[in-house]
Design a protein around this ligand. Structure first.
Ligand code: NAD
Length: 298
């Protein structure tokens, strides 16, 4: 195994950021997605984010060039994983999809490769159980936006070996991140605490307690949160929030995690937040102004 070679599966919101930081820190990265257009978009996003780092004096032009030269893309998972020392899966938050991907990765990746998932809430133990190497499966939960956020929540599955945990802790530090090791229970720590707050904010809107701006302003100014919970939900993706709440609800069997019907409706209607241009707010490419969606201003 060469831990120099990193494969990232999924080039969406998280995958591009994960590929970015590994490439920036000198690793050879292959970014894999089933959707070629998504790969193109991811490389453009990485380029824009690197430009921002250069303009802020955090990176030189030369370092930006080296970062981009460390990165390549693939739509073929077979070619993308053959030489990987570590694979970080960041595909859509769907259990059946993740189990399918991990069965494939187990077949395709070198025998000593570590298989990590960036899942927000799906059981690492369950994912590991479909492989023949459960000791080498671990959660590596980066935060959004990955190049900016310091935390990596590292999740030990039931069978994850101490050696694998130590390797991933050391690697996270090498990326300039702060690792926190937690155990594998629904939602881990980050989302077990965050998602009930977001759900409660959506319930407050649904029940007419306050409007979008008031809810977010109370939490920003009152609790010193950099973003209100409704804006944060848009940023994460409402589909991702709904999937996590369902994992918490199913995992604990407790109705306190039942997703708000408004969230369910918005996801069904395809209003997924920033990535689709509309959630609680409207997002116009190139505009920094935050406008509440018309649906919530009537
Ligand atoms: P996303 O919807 O933005 O991107 C998912 C990508 O996976 C898409 O580009 C899709 O084409 C690709 N994909 C689907 N099936 C695939 C396959 N078989 N092989 C390769 N690629 C495939 O999702 P996201 O928000 O980036 O979330 C990815 C993962 O990260 C999820 O597990 C999510 O829970 C987790 N996560 C998300 C956030 C967040 O803020 N969005 C934060 C932390 C963790």
């Amino acid at each position: 195994m060469v831990l120099q070679n990193i494969t990232v599966i999924g080039a969406g919101t998280m995958g591009n950021g994960i590929a970015h930081i590994f490439a920036q820190n000198g690793f050879t990265v292959i970014l894999v997605d089933v959707n070629a257009a998504q790969l193109e978009k991811a490389v453009q996003t990485i380029g824009r984010n690197l430009d921002r780092q250069v303009s802020k004096g955090m990176l030189t032009e030369e370092q930006k060039k080296i970062t981009l030269s460390n990165l390549s893309t693939q739509t073929d998972i077979v070619a993308g994983t053959a030489k990987a020392g570590l694979i970080v899966e960041a595909a859509t938050e769907n259990i059946e999809l993740k189990l399918k991907i991990f069965r494939q990765l187990d077949e395709l990746a070198p025998a000593d490769a570590i298989l990590a998932s960036n899942t927000s809430s799906i059981s690492i133990t369950k994912i590991a159980a479909v492989t023949k190497r459960p000791g080498s499966v671990i959660g590596m939960h980066f935060m959004n936006p990955v190049p900016v956020m310091k935390l990596v929540e590292i999740i030990n599955g039931y069978a994850t070996t101490k050696e694998v945990t130590e390797t991933i802790v050391a690697l996270s530090k090498q990326l300039g991140k702060v690792p926190c090791v937690v155990n594998d229970y629904p939602g881990f720590i980050a989302n077990r605490i965050l998602m009930p707050m977001i759900n409660e904010a959506i319930y407050s809107l649904y029940e007419g307690v306050a409007d979008v701006e008031a809810i977010d302003t109370v939490m920003k100014l009152g609790m010193a949160h950099p973003m209100g919970p409704l804006q944060l939900a848009d940023f994460i993706g409402l589909d991702v929030c709904l999937s996590i709440l369902r994992v918490l609800y199913d995992g604990f069997g407790n109705t306190k995690y039942a997703p708000c019907p408004l969230l369910v409706n918005m996801v069904t209607a395809g209003k997924l937040g920033m990535k689709t241009g509309e959630g609680f707010y409207l997002y116009t490419p190139g505009s920094k102004e935050l406008m509440v969606s018309e649906r919530f201003t009537k």
